[in-house]
Design a protein around this ligand. Sequence first.
Ligand code: ZN
Length: 445
Amino acid sequence: MADTTIMDKLVSLAKRRGFVFQSSEIYGGLGSVWDYGPLGVELKKNVKDRWWHAMVHAREDIEGLDAAILMHPKVWEASGHVAGFTDPLVDCKHCKNRFRADDPRIKGTPGQPDAQCPVCGSKGTLTEPRLFNLMFKTFMGPVEDQAAVVYLRPETAQGIYVNYLNVLNSSRQRIPFGIAQIGKAFRNEITPGNFIFRTREFEQMEMQFFVKPGTDVEWFERWRAWRMEWHQGLGLDPAKLRFSQHGPGELAHYAKAAFDIQYEFPFGWQEIEGVHNRTDFDLGRHQQYSGKKLEYFDQAANERYLPYIVETSAGADRVALTLMVDAYREEQVEGETRVVLGFHPAIAPIKAGVFPLVKKDGMPALATRVYQALRRRLPVFYDDSGAIGRRYRRMDEAGTPFCVTIDGDSVTGGTVTVRHRDSMTQDRVALDQLDSYLEARIRGS
Ligand SMILES: [Zn+2]
C-alpha cells in the first residue's frame, strides 16, 4: 500500500465515520480549516483530557490557565511576532498564486527572468521575495484604523507569560513551577496541508515551566523525557517516535536548546511536540515593553531573579491525527478487508458497541437495558441493524475496542459476549460483572 494512499483512505474514513469534515463544505470548503464531527470531537477531547490530567491534576507543581485569544497588541511586539513572525513569499504576476520563496517546486531564482512559476509554468513572472506576517489581524471596536489592530494569537504561550505573576501570587506555588493551557491559536500559513497536520486554526496544549537560572538544563532534560513518555503512553508505535534536535542554525531567536518529538507519518517524519529552553527571553521582553517588574523573589535565598522557562508545546490536532494514522490498519479476514482503527481503549471515542444478536426473543429489550445502564458511565453505541458481522466491522472502523452482544443465553442465563476489536476473540461475561470488566480494560490497558 503506497503511503499517500493511507492518507487518502484516512481522510475518506474520517468523513464517512464523522471524525473530521472540511469546514464550510457546502460552499466548497475553506482552505486548510477543518471541523471535528461526533467521533472526532470525542477523540480530541480524550487527548486534551489526558494531557490535562498528566500536566495539571497529576502534578502539584503545575497550575492551569485559560487566557483570552485576543491580547494587547504590545504583547506581540514584545514577543517578536510583529517584527519577526514572517515568511518570505513570492507572487506570480500571471496566475496570481503565492508561494514560499523556498518552495522546492520553483525553478530558478524568483525575481529573475529564468524563474518559472510552478503552477502556470510562466517564466519571469515571479516577484522578488517579500516578507509576509503569519498573524491574523483584525480590528477591535468600531473603527478600522491602525490604532485598533488586534491579532488572533499565533501561540498560547504569551497568555501564560503575561499572567505568570498573577498565577504565582494567587496560588501557593514557588519556583520551580509551571502553568498549563489548552487553547486555539491561528497562523495564516501559506503552504498548509496534510489534512489536519498543518491548519490555519489549531489547538495547542502548552506548558511553561518557570525555573531558577542555572537549573534550566536539568529541567529541560526532564521535560524532554516526560513528554516522550506521554506520547508513548497513548499507545503509539515506539519505533515511529523520535527526538530531533534543532541545530544552532535552526534555533528560534528565543531558544537556548530545542528538541522536537517527531512521528513518522506517511508523508515523512514531522514534529508533533516541541520542547524548548526559552531562557529569560520572554519575561525579559515583557518586563522591558510593559515597564512592570517580573522578577521572582526567592525568600529562602533572599534573592531576586528573572526565571528561565522550559516550554512543552504540543498540538491537539496533530496528536489526534497521529493517533488516527498510527491506529489505521487493513486486514484480510475470511476473504474480506477489515478496516480497523486500533485506538488505545482510553482514547477511543466509543468504548463499546451494544447489540442484540437478533431482533426477537427478548434480546432487544435486554440489550436496551444493558445499553442504558452502560451509557451513564461510558460512551457506548447501540446498533441492531444488519448482520452481526457488519455491526462488528462498523465498530472496528470507528476504533471501538469492545462489542457487547446479547444473545439467547443472555436472556436465559444472564451472561453476554464481549468481543475484542484487535484479537476478534470473545469472552463470556456475567451481566453483573460487565461494568467492572469494561472499566478495568479501558482504564488499565
Ligand atoms: Zn503562475
